[in-house]
Write a protein that binds this ligand. Structure first.
Ligand code: UDP
Length: 321
């Protein structure tokens, strides 16, 4: 089969690319290299089944060209990372809303089976945990830039549902919870690569707030398997699935675990929220995925422990330095 991955040079996209090429599929990726990088895909350039088109999904003629002859689409292209959204709010909102609008409009015309990468940010600060696919969205004011990522991704999901109804677009939505692993950059604010990098350098790990906020982390290779398990399942069409790991951990405990796993001499530095983020920032205190829906349909379950994730991230960083 021939697949298009928007955002294929990004963190999750490049792992999906590897998985599809391994299956023997032909894969074209469209990436503007804003947060993705050529380095993420450089080891595939010699593969005749792979091609990288550098450009934006907002460019209609280019998108039409790359979508020509494609059997399946994974739409992962997005502006993401709390830090980047806060720093470049307008560009991020346009990419996340209008980009998906253009991609889905074209996919719907050709009825191309489409995976839409959504996010646990959809649920906002809903205190009722764990979060199932039917959980409410609890958001702050739209005037706070922080929530625009959640807003844009929710519109993307609605667009998919409506294109499904109006044009028969075959789609599946995956809501990724904190997904981590080799090749993720810490440059856009993600905590785990930032902690591992600091630990390897012997620098302090910066824990924001009192560190009691918690997350559940999922290895990117597990997330890719989750994505594949729903994409290729006809029963998943038209539906949405949480894709996330197991085992809740506070950010303070995560910092301690990273120090322990890397054998680092780093210390932990507590940084008040006012110093870490722009004024008015609201952190999400807990975000726990309920993944029983995907498990019931496909049997998918994450395989990697958090310790394994930290080891994989650390060895990739050491190899690259
Ligand atoms: N965080 C932290 N130190 C850092 C980066 C992030 O304490 O250097 C915290 C952040 O405030 C949040 C958690 O780690 O509570 C996860 O942050 P990330 O940006 O990775 O993901 P998200 O907030 O989207 O879950």
């Amino acid at each position: 089969m021939k697949f298009l991955i928007t955002g294929g040079a990004g963190f999750i996209g490049s792992h999906l690319l590897a998985r599809l090429l391994e299956r023997g599929d032909e894969v074209v990726i469209l990436d503007d290299l804003s947060t993705g990088s050529k380095k993420n895909v450089e080891r595939f350039v010699a593969n005749s089944k792979f091609s990288l088109i550098e450009g934006s999904m907002l460019e209609r003629p280019l998108l039409a060209k790359v979508m020509d002859g494609v059997d399946g689409l994974f739409h992962l292209g997005a502006a993401l990372g709390v830090k980047r959204i806060l720093e470049r709010p307008l560009e991020s909102l346009i990419t996340n809303m209008h980009g998906t609008e253009v991609v889905l409009e074209m996919a719907a015309k050709k009825k191309i089976r489409t995976f839409i990468a959504s996010t646990s940010e959809i649920y906002g600060k809903n205190p009722v945990q764990p979060l199932t696919e039917n959980s409410d969205r609890v958001l702050g004011s739209p005037l706070l830039v922080r929530w625009t990522y959640s807003e844009a991704k929710a519109i993307d999901e609605s667009l998919a549902v409506i294109y499904g109804q109006s044009h028969g677009l075959p789609f599946v939505i995956g809501r990724f919870f904190n997904t981590v692993g080799p090749r993720q950059t810490g440059a856009y604010g993600m905590v785990l690569p930032g902690f591992v990098r600091s630990a390897l350098k012997g620098e302090p790990l910066t824990v924001y707030g009192d560190g009691s906020q918690s997350r559940v982390f999922c290895h990117v290779e597990d997330a890719v398997e989750g994505m594949m398990s729903v994409y290729f399942n006809d029963k998943a069409l038209g539906d949405v699935f949480n894709i996330g790991g197991e085992g809740e951990i506070t950010i303070k405990a995560l910092a301690e675990l990273v120090i322990e796993e890397t054998g680092s001499s780093s210390t932990i530095e507590m940084v008040p929220y006012e110093k870490a983020y722009a004024k008015g920032f609201e952190d999400t205190m807990r975000r726990i995925p309920d993944t029983s829906k995907i498990r019931a349909l496909t049997g998918w379950k994450p395989k990697n422990s958090l310790q394994q994730i930290i080891r994989d991230v650390a060895s990739q960083m050491k190899a690259d330095s």
